[in-house]
Design a protein around this ligand. Structure first.
Ligand code: ZN
Ligand code: ZN
Length: 404
């Protein structure tokens, strides 16, 4: 004797219905009520929920004994997504090509068909290849549906629903904890969570009953000129195949390798160039080997002086933009290398060429003049400088110092 018959009524079966009868009844109703077939989404949800409960012997027992109220007292897990259950029964995606219709009643699930996991692979690309563009071949191993058994895992009829878990692949055990009944969900050990069992002798010899076999596949990844790190190249549907889900995507993530000479900022390039003092003062040339097979010879006009730290730009020699391949700019950061020493006899020429020395500052008569030498700093004095500097970082001693 059952307490309520609502769930049975929804499926139009008597409370004595067997597992198989329930499944059959749900299939029939679900196909008719599926929102993609113009069915009422709310009713579909209710029917699915009813089947979810009744197809689980433990839940069914609670429902029979205590009705719907008994189920809600258990708390915990929460209902399954109707689309998930539907997919489990009918194979990937529910057969009508997509979800999206469960969003109406407060639930915001808006997922497409069930898919296998995307395969994400990072490719480290040199700046040269991002500048010129490149096609790389990538080998990946993914599962494909076994062709011998067409993804069934064995000959027709060999695949049976697992008795232990009633084909769900999961086992729910109830545990009484004081006034609460706790549900514990775990993968079924009989069928390793697949919900199906195939006799050893009936198993497909090609895939050993796994339905899929690994396959090596080569993908041609086209790295477009001007691509940036973090951008992706998608191969739709090239991830693992599965008999119950649509294949996910292979996602190639571009990673830009650091370059030893160029830095990149969006579509601009930045390079450090060290210039000798004579070229900086009197003009000359320097070369920049570019990212392709060109070298740029840069002219320094005589008469113009390059100062240490000057930033110049060469227009149109940066990275190509991805869309129209319009080039950005190349920024040149110039440092001037001074000679270690200079021939004393050459000094008069410098004195002729360069602006005169700054005159020395004059002082009042009462200031004592002392002549001193500049020495190179050695490690000991430099250490002292560092110590002083560290003192400045701590607030307190400085305040005390100022008060003295
Ligand atoms: Zn099982
Ligand atoms: Zn097979």
């Amino acid at each position: 004797m059952v307490k309520e018959t609502k769930f049975y009524d929804l499926l139009e079966v008597p409370p004595t219905a067997s597992e198989a009868e329930l499944k059959k009844a749900y299939r029939k109703k679900a196909l008719r009520l599926h929102p993609d077939k113009g069915g009422d989404p709310e009713l579909f949800k209710e029917v699915t929920h009813a089947y979810e409960v009744l197809s689980d012997p433990d839940k069914r027992e609670v429902y029979d004994r205590r009705g719907e109220a008994g189920l809600s007292e258990q708390g915990g897990m929460g209902g399954m997504d109707p689309q998930d259950l539907f997919s489990q029964l009918f194979g990937g995606g529910g057969g009508f090509g997509g979800g999206g219709f469960f969003g109406g009643g407060g639930s915001s699930r808006n997922q497409g068909p069930r898919k296998t996991k995307d395969l994400v692979h990072r490719v480290h690309v040199s700046l040269e290849d991002l500048y010129k563009g490149k096609t790389t071949k990538l080998a990946l191993t993914r599962n494909i549906i076994c062709s011998k058994c067409a993804g069934k895992g064995g000959k027709d009829g060999a695949v049976r629903s697992c008795h232990s878990c009633h084909g769900r692949g999961i086992k729910v055990t109830m545990r009484q904890m004081g006034p609460m009944i706790q549900q514990i969900q775990s993968a079924c050990d009989e069928c390793s969570g697949t919900g199906e069992v195939i006799n050893m002798k009936d198993r497909c010899s090609n895939c050993k009953g796994k339905k899929v076999i690994p396959e090596k596949k080569f993908l041609e990844v086209h790295i477009d000129k001007g691509m940036k790190g973090g951008q992706t190249v998608m191969f739709r549907g090239e991830s693992d195949q599965s008999p119950t889900a649509e294949p996910g995507d292979v996602v190639i993530v571009i990673e830009e390798k650091p370059h030893d000479r160029f830095k990149r900022q969006e579509n601009d390039l930045i390079i450090d160039v060290e210039l000798d003092l004579l070229s900086a003062l009197a003009g000359g040339h320097f070369a920049i080997k570019h990212l392709d097979d060109r070298a740029l010879i840069v002219n320094l006009e005589p008469g113009e002086v390059i100062k240490n730290g000057d930033l110049k730009v060469i227009h149109g020699q940066g990275m190509p933009s991805q869309r129209h391949h319009e080039p950005g700019d190349l920024y040149v950061k110039l440092t001037v290398k001074f000679p270690e020493s200079i021939d004393v006899e050459a000094i008069p020429f410098l004195e002729r060429a360069l602006p005169p020395r700054n005159p020395i500052q004059t002082f009042d008569k009462h200031i004592t003049i002392e002549e001193v030498n500049l020495d190179d700093t050695d490690t000991r004095t430099r250490g002292g400088v560092t110590d002083d500097h560290m003192d400045e970082d701590t607030d307190e001693p400085r305040v005390q110092c100022a008060n003295q």
